[in-house]
Write a protein that binds this ligand. Structure first.
Ligand code: CDP
Ligand code: CDP
Length: 229
């Protein structure tokens, strides 16, 4: 099957998007594109240069001269910003708590969407984010919207922290997730919303493998229709 296929996975924080997207991409030998990492890398630079997250002009000027690369290494995906490996740095709490403010600007989103479309162009991809099915690849063959209760999502982030040996405050994590979801869902440009034609999966009581299996089943359906047609 030579024709490229796009799988769009959207949903709120810690719904399981990136974990599932990576599994599905690896299973199908498609390219995984983490669009959240791009907004995070820009946010890291904005914070380093002490630009106020509300200054949309300064931020889009900064983005215009920022190079970003997503590289598939043996140990997973690496995020390079102007040649620097920022894979770890973009996951800091400081970046997490500012990223939604940086990501809400129309000029920033316009440039990011353009770059993301170029990455997806003429290749089979699994792309995850907030606006993939609605704006970045509106004609994606498979669109998935993952959701889960905020308690479960906070618990997932809490467990991740504990696993890494960090101390974590469950209530604080929950509050931060709720706040980010709120900003992402209420923004004017390309807010977090399920596309009309997306399949919604509530992952609260599902394992990662169960979610991945559902996504792979949807891909199989599309591939079968193509074979028949
Ligand atoms: O993995 P997690 O859910 O924590 O977040 P992420 O996917 O890394 O995205 C971080 C932030 O980037 C989101 O909260 C959004 O503000 C923004 N984002 C966006 O606006 N559009 C996307 N396609 C992806 C991320
Ligand atoms: O990318 P997103 O923010 O949507 O979520 P994630 O980073 O893929 O998943 C957050 C955490 O929840 C990861 O540590 C996953 O292993 C875990 N997870 C889970 O326990 N059960 C699921 N059904 C999905 C994810």
């Amino acid at each position: 099957n030579t024709k490229e296929l796009a799988v769009a996975i959207d949903g709120p924080a810690a719904a399981g998007k990136s974990t599932v997207a990576k599994l599905v991409a690896s299973e199908l030998a498609y390219i995984y594109i983490d669009t959240g990492a791009m907004y995070r890398a820009l946010t890291l630079k904005v914070l380093r240069e002490q630009i106020p997250p509300d200054d949309d002009q300064a931020i889009s000027d900064l983005l215009a001269k920022t190079d970003m690369q997503l590289e598939q290494g043996d140990s997973g995906q690496h995020v390079l910003m102007d040649g620097e490996d920022v894979t770890e740095a973009i996951r800091s709490e400081y970046v997490t708590n500012n990223v939604s403010h940086v990501a809400k600007h129309a000029s920033v989103r316009k440039e990011m969407v353009q770059r993301q479309r170029e990455l997806a162009n003429k290749r089979s991809v699994v792309m995850d984010g907030r606006d993939i099915g609605t704006h970045v690849i509106p004609d994606a063959e498979v669109k998935i919207f993952l959701k889960a209760s905020v308690e479960e999502r906070a618990k997932r982030r809490y467990d991740e922290n504990v696993k890494k040996g960090f101390t974590a405050d469950f209530e604080k994590l929950k509050e931060e997730i709720e706040q980010r979801d709120q900003i992402d869902s209420k923004r004017e440009v390309a807010p977090l919303v399920k596309a009309n034609d997306a399949i919604e999966l509530d992952t609260t009581d599902l394992t990662i493998n169960q979610v991945a299996a559902s996504v792979l089943e949807e891909v199989s359906k599309v591939l079968e229709t193509r074979r028949d047609g």
